[in-house]
Write a protein that binds this ligand. Sequence first.
Ligand code: NAD
Length: 466
Amino acid sequence: MADHDIVVLGGGPGGYAAALYAASAGLSVALVEKEKVGGTCLHRGCIPAKALLHAAEVFRTVEHAAAHGVKLPDGFKAEPDWPAANTRKAGIVKQLHGGLSGLLKRRKVQVVIGEGRLLADGSVSVDGQTLKGKATILCTGSVPRAIPGMDIDGERIITSDHATNSTADKLPERAVVIGGGVIGAEFASVYTDLGVDTTLLEAMNDGVLPIGPDRDVANVLAKSLTKRGTKINAQARVGTLERTSNGVLVPFETPKGSEKLEVEQVLVSIGRRPVTETVGAAEAGVRITDRGFFEVNPTTMLTSKPGVYAIGDCVPTPGLAHVAYAEAVLAVDHFLGENPVPVDYAKIPWVVYTHPEVAWSGLTEAQAREAGHDVVVHKHSFAGNGRAMILGETDGLVKIVAAKDGPVLGMHLVGPWASELMHEGYLAVNWEALPSEVGRLIHAHPSLSEAIGETMITFSGRSLHG
Ligand code: NAD
């Protein structure tokens, strides 16, 4: 006999979204979480990282205040206050955690704090208690990958878990970031802007965001970081780290030669791995892929075990909180016997919150060509955009990829508030809108969005300012 409709194992964005959404549909739900509801995103990921990125933005604004007509006392020099930035960040996390806990309570979700394990009958055991649902949703998340032999101590050699929860009284003077993906790029951006002498070591051919975004937008970010002081090394092979009395010695090789850098901190951001082995799932009959993810049917999010769903970072789909939310809705709708539309992973929104921000949805130019489309591309720089000039942030561009005489296939942005602007592109891509249809829509003046409108108009062969 089931005590609940749904038992959710893991309380990150996938788990809490599944619980909240299921409860809003009138289902009875239990949620098992071993630490705090909110998971990586709220406590060690998205929210704290973006709060620190915002601290860096305020710092840049203050540094450039005089250019905007704000007079500061003679000899004034802005200095980062790392503990204060971390205190503010912790306050935001605490408030969101409180809000989420309250919401779960109001929706009458039974939250059980403890380490849960899946049992052979699909129920979940936690601290001697057994929770049986008509269905179980596994949302066990992911943890940072480590390089074998690299001793992550949380102080000198750290991962994003530590970087987002720093208790240090100041930033390191020099840091190496290993991995130029999303986390590496975001932390290189924070550190560089707050005055840390930052070296980025990326194994692949492109030093920043080598996988994912269109090269035209990634290159603007790489150029901006380099101009601000990040030393970006592509095709870098990192040797064995050595501890010294002052920090860590990092040997590495690039096509330019070998180097050894002594730094106070090394941030390892080489990807994340799913948490699937420690929750009893394989023993209970859930198939795990070669790469360690729960195998799921993407049209339902069901695993190989009847009645057991899996969503979020523990399944082989993009490891993003908003993707986990979408998968939560899909799994619950399927449980309810509805016929949900599967997530279209090729058209999800992507945002990298660096300075400048990078965001996109849909196919890159290279992917569109590879897929055999007769591709038309138009770009519009923020350099001539009035609002961007007012903000003093003209580094960036809008790039739209469309099929000839056909719909928008991809929109790629780099520049101020790309994170927010991108959703217009997301709609266009997912609605399969024609550039001419979007070009007819009015974009307010002056606005950053105008750059999108103008790029769409350019597909007609006519243009306004571009
Ligand atoms: P990632 O996969 O984005 O990037 C890892 C990078 O490290 C890759 O470019 C890879 O080539 C490089 N690399 C791997 N081994 C290396 C080595 N030995 N030496 C040098 N480089 C090496 O992973 P991440 O940046 O750690 O992020 C992990 C996850 O977190 C991703 O799934 C990401 O989607 C998610 N995340 C998303 C956001 C966001 O959407 N804004 C922010 C942070 C994290």
